[in-house]
Design a protein around this ligand. Structure first.
Ligand SMILES: Nc1ncnc2c1ncn2[C@@H]1O[C@H](COP(=O)(O)OP(=O)(O)O)[C@@H](O)[C@H]1O
Ligand SMILES: [Mg+2]
Length: 245
């Protein structure tokens, strides 16, 4: 009976209005992909998910694959006054910076792409076992995948990495940018897919969001407006794009 109840458990994303799109939030122990072009809000989205968890006494692990972790902390503080330094010091959130020379995981053209991913996978397992987080955020996974030339290898690697995440008691967000055309394979392997974008509205650009897939549940099949303000991301509860005819 408990197992059946666990299957139904949902996780609060901490993003106002987003749980409605998912009809209740993410399922526990799932890998949730957020995709979109550069500047659409992916990094803020994942950071808000972690921040909310930490505020509710959960532990978080944040893995940065292309930007230094320090940049994220600075950006989140200057944008929203979210103090990840404080949370890190309190042991509530752990940052892993792939570019950190100590990890010897730098992306160089000398390192074979497969080798890089296998070391990344080992690092992920080690960190998850060390930190025992409730929430994991991997930002810009495409940085690890763009040198893989075969779609078969790409799919196998994504399945492998997502398998690691699902094998633990954690709920994850993985963001993927669309610059290198690997997003469809990453989305294919995910339990849910949320797409962020921009819609031209008169002379304005409006941020948009929709849930493209959620395994195991219905979703609200609407494109909604996503706002970023000093309080972070919120989703408006009316869709301006819904036809009334
Ligand atoms: N306080 C704020 N109010 C409104 N918008 C903000 C605020 N802070 C940051 N932003 C916007 O949020 C966006 C950040 O997007 P980001 O998550 O870095 O995108 P991505 O990771 O998809 O490239 C930027 O466009 C920035 O202008
Ligand atoms: Mg980003």
């Amino acid at each position: 009976m408990t197992i059946k109840n666990e299957i139904l458990d949902r996780v609060d994303s901490g993003i106002t209005g987003y749980n409605d799109l998912l009809k209740g939030g993410y399922f526990k122990k799932t890998v949730n992909v957020v995709s979109g072009e550069s500047g659409t809000g992916k990094t803020v989205f994942g950071s808000q998910f972690l921040y909310h968890g930490v505020r509710n006494n959960e532990k978080s692990l944040c893995i940065m694959t292309s930007e230094p972790a320090e940049s994220l902390k600075k950006e989140m503080y200057s944008s929203f006054k979210w103090d990840f330094w404080d949370m890190e010091e309190a042991g509530k959130v752990t940052f892993v910076d792939i570019a950190d020379p100590e990890l010897r995981l730098q992306k160089t053209i000398d390192m074979a792409p497969m080798e890089l991913i296998m070391s990344f996978k080992k690092l992920l397992v080690r960190k998850i076992e060390e930190v025992k987080p409730d929430r994991v955020f991997i930002d810009a996974i495409e940085a690890m995948l763009l040198a893989i030339d075969s779609p078969y290898k790409l799919k196998t690697l994504v399945d492998d990495l997502f398998g690691v995440l699902r094998g633990h008691d954690i709920t994850s967000i993985v963001t993927v940018g669309t610059t290198f055309n690997v997003e469809s394979v990453v989305e294919y392997g995910a339990d849910s897919v949320t797409r962020l974008g921009r819609v031209v509205s008169g002379n304005n650009l409006q941020r948009s969001i929709y849930v493209a897939k959620l395994r195991g549940s219905g979703t609200l099949n609407e494109i909604r407006v996503m706002n970023i303000s000093d309080n972070g991301i919120s989703i408006l509860d009316q869709s301006p794009y819904t036809s009334t005819v």
